[in-house]
Design a protein around this ligand. Structure first.
Ligand SMILES: Nc1ncnc2c1ncn2[C@@H]1O[C@H](COP(=O)(O)OP(=O)(O)OP(=O)(O)O)[C@@H](O)[C@H]1O
Ligand SMILES: Nc1ncnc2c1ncn2[C@@H]1O[C@H](COP(=O)(O)OP(=O)(O)OP(=O)(O)O)[C@@H](O)[C@H]1O
Ligand SMILES: [Mg+2]
Ligand SMILES: [Mg+2]
Lengths: 165, 151, 151, 165
């Protein structure tokens, strides 16, 4: 399984529909302070099912919806779509991609989709678990978190090992 | 269950020591159960000895040494239980040029089995990537992607 | 006593807003008492608006923006109650080149009244210093000073 | 008052007697990871009277004494001497400098000196307070602490303002 693309719409500072494509190999995301790099990381956490607003640097989940800028009004909802590609492509082209979408409206309503079919958040988490994306605790290292790993208390370090077990 | 935990702990511990030696060019490091007889609940301690220095509390290390050690542990967990991709957000921020280069070399080895997405400000890290994704805020408050040429 | 606190709070708040605008090239920021009627014990909140962006929770800011904001507050406290010297250990670590340059410019202004000692890995920050102190560990585990030429 | 020099002996990685001179203007301390830059910052905190080993990245105060290396034995004590220079030099040259020394032996014994005269830690703290070095809370920003300033809880932010008041 390989992460092929990420589409953001109304998510944090990505007000316009933005498609991020990840070619084969290592991708480096670069740019000046505050331009939106970590917001892309947040989008990945969010579409994988992150439930804690605090982990996304917000105080409430509504904080991930584009809040407006000097020239733009706030967005009505935030949407992130993630496309996975099976590395061993199957006979049926349609079967070789997994497309996951998460949407959040300002009134708090949430929508989840797998391959354009409505589902629950749990279905997304199960589908990803089958593909080995079970715990993102150690596959996504947020900005500043590297220091936490070492300053962690002995019990917290145990939790890190238990997640891998 | 206790067997699974012990197996995970021992494998990760061995990889951790190995990665530490690679990233530091020597020295030693290991995890240790605080309470050997209570493997089911015991917390985990970390002992580190950078090359040429004494075995010390991990807290006494410098900012850059702590980052390298955390990367060694992270990669150890990753090697034990790989994930389709790994996203690193500015983990190389406290590293000097020598250490960024060592980190890059370890990454070369790890990328055969994992798709890496790395956010960085370091030119050395960028030079090792197969593709660069530029992000800007031309219009205030609105992010967009731009193509990046590496010179 | 409450009078002294109010005076300190208001002066620091004004300097904080001023420094923020200088370091960000615009925008606005201010401290706010959570409970106006309980100035004796109330906690303090921070509201920030980088130029062109919406007024938001300070936690939503990027790593570099948070560092610039913290520096604005620190310098505000410093301007209110100067200290003979100020030691900064890698405060410029998360900053890109544009922001390091803005930080340097603010430092130029501050250094007239304060002796600054700055630990850094950034070449731009080093270029603004009147003297460079090099530290090495030629013999493993033993620090010593060396003279540094800036090229 | 101006910080003129700092002398380290057996303090953390500075096993040999090392004199750090601060010329007029801004001094930048540079070098590779782990070479000892932050240890110099710790030495300054320590000689100013820091009582918490944790603030110096240790678990006990004994951690500041050189612990030995591949080729060196551990030191028996740590000593840091700080020399302040009065900016308006007085008639009496001897009066124009303030020299503060702190020493810690492995058995836990501590010694403090002002201008080579034995004194208590309190005397050092009083002497510095008279010179406006009262609270080093905001005049020394340790590595990584800049993030803490912003992530601080509202009550902690209040403490920062109260220290300046
Ligand atoms: N809901 C939102 N609506 C609009 N803008 C937002 C929203 N949430 C966050 N932002 C903005 O996104 C910016 C942060 O972006 P991000 O954290 O991705 O920066 P970065 O590129 O990682 O920078 P750095 O290099 O400093 O870490 C902040 O300026 C913040 O104001
Ligand atoms: N008591 C001690 N005896 C010997 N060495 C020590 C002692 N305490 C700390 N050290 C060593 O000092 C080193 C840390 O130095 P320091 O924190 O000053 O590095 P630094 O130059 O700030 O590096 P960085 O750029 O990574 O922040 C560590 O390698 C640590 O092992
Ligand atoms: Mg960031
Ligand atoms: Mg340091």
């Amino acid at each position: 399984l390989r992460l092929e693309a990420l589409e953001l719409y109304g998510f944090k500072s990505f007000v316009d529909k933005t498609k991020v494509t990840f070619p084969d190999g290592t991708t480096c995301i670069v740019g000046p302070n505050g331009c939106g790099k970590s917001n892309i990381a947040d989008a990945i956490c969010w579409v994988l099912g992150e439930q804690s607003a605090k982990s996304l640097r917000g105080s409430k989940m509504e904080d991930v919806i584009f809040a407006g800028s000097a020239n733009r009004k706030p967005a009505g909802y935030a949407e992130v779509t993630m496309t996975w590609q099976r590395i061993e492509a199957l006979q049926d082209e349609k079967e070789s991609r997994l497309v996951v979408t998460r949407r959040l409206y300002r009134n708090g309503d949430s929508e989840y989709l797998i391959n354009q079919t409505a589902c629950r958040l749990k279905d997304i988490q199960n589908a990803l678990w089958d593909f080995g994306m079970g715990s993102k605790a150690y596959s996504i290292i947020e900005q500043g978190k590297i220091g936490q790993i070492l300053n962690a208390k002995p019990q917290e370090r145990r939790t890190l090992i238990e997640e891998a077990a | 269950c206790i067997e699974k935990f012990r197996e995970t702990f021992n494998t990760v511990n061995e990889r951790f020591g190995h990665n530490f030696r690679e990233l530091f060019g020597g020295g030693a490091a290991q995890l240790q159960l605080l309470d050997e007889d209570n493997a089911l609940e015991s917390g985990i301690d970390m002992l580190v000895q950078p090359p040429g220095k004494k075995l010390q509390n991990v807290l006494l290390m410098s900012g850059g040494e702590k980052a390298m050690t955390a990367i060694a542990l992270l990669f150890a967990i990753f090697e034990y239980k790989p994930s389709p991709f790994c996203l690193l957000d500015e983990v190389d921020a406290p590293l000097d040029e020598v250490n960024v280069t060592r980190f890059m070399r370890k990454l070369e080895e790890m990328k055969r089995n994992t798709q890496f997405i790395i956010i960085t400000h370091h030119k050395i890290t960028m030079s090792g990537a197969s593709s660069l994704l530029g992000v800007t805020m031309e219009e205030t408050g609105c992010s967009k992607l731009v193509s990046v040429k590496f010179n």
